[in-house]
Design a protein around this ligand. Structure first.
Ligand code: KIV
Length: 269
């Protein structure tokens, strides 16, 4: 297969205009980035979901900037053609515009990310403007915003009531006005996502937001069956690698115990 050229922001915008779906998956390390890029993804997300699926935290809240930089650097060593977006973790941008610009800058300068993502609507507008003014592309994230999971009352669909739906749509428009290049919509009714997608000039990327977003994102470990602490309704598991890995490890253990491994072919003369 010919080497792909780097995906750019204008290309993503053009895909929306052509009605061509945009593909995105999370990646947290060198091997996952290599495989996802080889599969042809348009965007990779170094999501703060790594806190749960890689680091074993109960939520994304404890994830630190240093952890995000560490994992972003590992992803970037795969030199992906996909555009790489790194999450600003909880408390790295909410307290001040200065924090937001400094920490977005760390993800780009130390981590090597192409863009950053942050959660929230109107309250985040000054941060989004300042990061964009610093020359860093920003992706927004509305609907279920996991960094505020307690305030939202748990991992539940957002925007079902008319007033809540209007607020999400208004926040989306304000984020675009502030300069976001794309917007993640997480766990919102499909009809609301369809409406916002039609209203915005920038691509929407859905997760639990129905089929009408401009693109879709899933968590790597969810779609490959590598995380089973819980499985949201919106996840499609394309393969159960967790089961395959346990079987391979158990086979190896058994062969070692029975003296079958290593065999002649794995030994030196
Ligand atoms: O951290 C993450 O993986 C995310 C996706 C769920 C969009 O933000």
């Amino acid at each position: 297969m010919a080497a792909r050229t780097k995906v750019t922001l204008p290309q993503l915008r053009a895909m929306k205009e052509r009605g061509e779906k945009i593909t995105m998956v999370t990646a947290y390390d060198y091997p996952s980035a290599l495989l996802a890029d080889r599969a042809g993804m348009d965007m990779l997300l170094v999501g703060d979901s790594l806190g749960m699926v890689v680091l074993g935290y109960q939520s994304t809240v404890p994830v630190t900037m240093d952890e995000m930089v560490h994992h972003t650097r590992a992803v970037m060593r795969a030199n992906p053609a996909a555009l790489v977006v790194a999450d600003l973790p909880f408390l790295s941008y909410q307290a001040s515009v200065q924090d937001a610009v400094y920490n977005a800058g760390r993800l780009v300068k130390e981590g090597g990310a192409d863009a950053v993502k942050l959660e929230g609507g109107r309250a985040m507008i000054p941060m989004v403007r300042a990061i964009v003014d610093a020359g860093i592309p920003v992706m927004g994230h509305l609907g279920l915003t996991p960094q505020s999971v307690v305030q939202l009352g748990g991992y539940r669909v957002q925007g079902r009531e008319a007033a809540a739906a209007e607020k999400i749509a208004a926040d989306a428009a304000e984020l675009v006005e502030a300069g976001i290049f794309s917007l993640v919509l997480e766990c919102v009714p499909a009809e609301l996502a369809r409406r916002i997608t039609a209203e915005l000039p920038v691509p929407t990327i859905g997760i639990g937001a129905g089929p009408d977003c401009d693109g879709q994102v899933l968590v790597y470990h969810d779609l490959l069956g590598l995380f089973d602490r819980f499985q949201p309704k919106f996840v499609k598991r394309y393969v159960n690698l967790g089961e395959a890995i346990v079987k391979a490890l158990a086979d190896y253990r058994e062969e070692v115990r029975q003296g079958k491994f290593p065999g002649e072919e794995h030994s030196f003369r």
